[in-house]
Design a protein around this ligand. Structure first.
Ligand SMILES: Cc1ncc(COP(=O)(O)O)c(C=O)c1O
Length: 325
């Protein structure tokens, strides 16, 4: 599936060349372009990403189910319905179903059930208007996971059970066949598989606070600075018997907002040279990492069965220069 609110002509060409399964149309300007790119005899399956008008997710900046954000086409103002009618007028495009993605870090099943009702409602209206029976329904991802001990995660078994029941009931009421259900888990798969490691560079007291500065920060993980995600770093590599202390773990970039963990509990004898491990760093870390302050992205190492293998080398000023030069 090809997603995105702004697909470049190159994205589209590459996806078509590689035989992409479905293009998820996110704006009206994306209807004519694939139709033209595949030519009059071509054929491409597409879905339409609709905004169901549901607010869910861990923070305002990762909520994508409401009308006041950039992803998808709104059911409420009719742009989704309008785009669907236009797609039906393009013989090369086969609309296989509707798509929605409510947001990220959703810890309750309820918003998904509301989404099922709204999506089936739209499918039923499309059947009445166009005689269209859509065989697929994609409910996106957003399955919330715990980043710190004690945090709530989405109950995946309950999600599977209740969504299927809700879908069957909604379709029976609307007299529609039950579509093939698609979900797009992201963080729930990749997040727990990764750990970020930092070297402590400096420890200092300022007023009541203890700042622990490490050799990374918002360049490898912008999420605490962007929308207040909270992590629980741990000391690794040595055993400390010191009492726990509240510290603020910060990065090395030239922003006062360059935080990694605002209220971490770490041994009071933490010192330069120590290693900190941040669990649940497998999703939205490396893919969001940037060259902020030209510090360079960290390496990625695969670890298993007592073996370690370098997957991505450390980015240096030299490799950045070579890449842009
Ligand atoms: C369309 C779509 N599907 C699925 C996902 C995965 O979301 P998550 O990692 O929160 O499960 C995203 C994340 O941005 C997305 O945009």
């Amino acid at each position: 599936m090809l997603h995105g609110n702004a697909k470049s002509p190159r994205d589209l060409d590459t996806a078509l060349r590689l035989g992409v399964g479905r293009i998820v149309i996110d704006s009206p300007s994306e209807i004519a372009r694939p139709a033209a790119a595949i030519g009059p005899d071509g054929h491409q399956k597409v879905m339409v990403r609709v905004i169901p008008g549901i607010s869910a997710g861990g923070h305002e900046k990762i909520r994508t189910g409401t009308d006041d954000q950039k992803f998808g086409l709104s059911i409420a103002d009719g742009y989704a319905q309008h785009a669907i009618a236009r797609i039906l007028g393009q013989p090369q495009l086969e609309l296989t179903g509707l798509h929605c993605h409510l947001g990220s870090q959703i810890t309750s099943v309820k918003p998904y059930l509301v989404a099922v009702r709204r999506m089936v409602g739209l499918m039923s209206r499309l059947r009445d208007q166009h005689g269209l029976v859509l065989p697929e329904l994609d409910l996106g991802g957003g399955h919330g996971i715990a980043c710190r001990p004690g945090e709530r995660a989405l109950d995946l078994m309950a999600l599977a059970r209740k969504v299927r029941t809700e879908l069957a009931e909604a379709c029976a009421t609307a007299d529609l066949p039950v579509p093939r259900l698609i979900i797009e888990p992201g963080r729930a798969i990749a997040g727990p598989a990764g750990i970020a490691l930092y070297r402590v560079l400096a420890v200092k007291h300022t007023g009541d606070r203890v700042f622990v500065a490490v050799d990374g920060g918002m360049s490898d993980n912008p999420r605490p600075a962007l929308y207040g995600v909270r992590y629980a770093p741990r000391l690794i590599g040595r055993h400390s018997t010191a009492a726990p202390a509240r510290v603020t773990v910060v990065g090395r970039h030239c922003e006062a907002g360059d935080l990694l963990a605002a209220d971490a509990e770490l041994p009071a004898d933490l010192r330069p040279g120590d290693l900190l491990a941040v669990p649940v760093a497998g999703a939205y870390h490396l893919s969001m990492a940037s060259g902020y302050n030209l510090v360079g992205r960290p390496p990625v190492v695969a670890v298993g069965d007592g073996l370690a293998r370098l997957l991505v080398g450390r980015e240096s000023r030299f490799s950045y220069g070579a890449a842009v030069g």
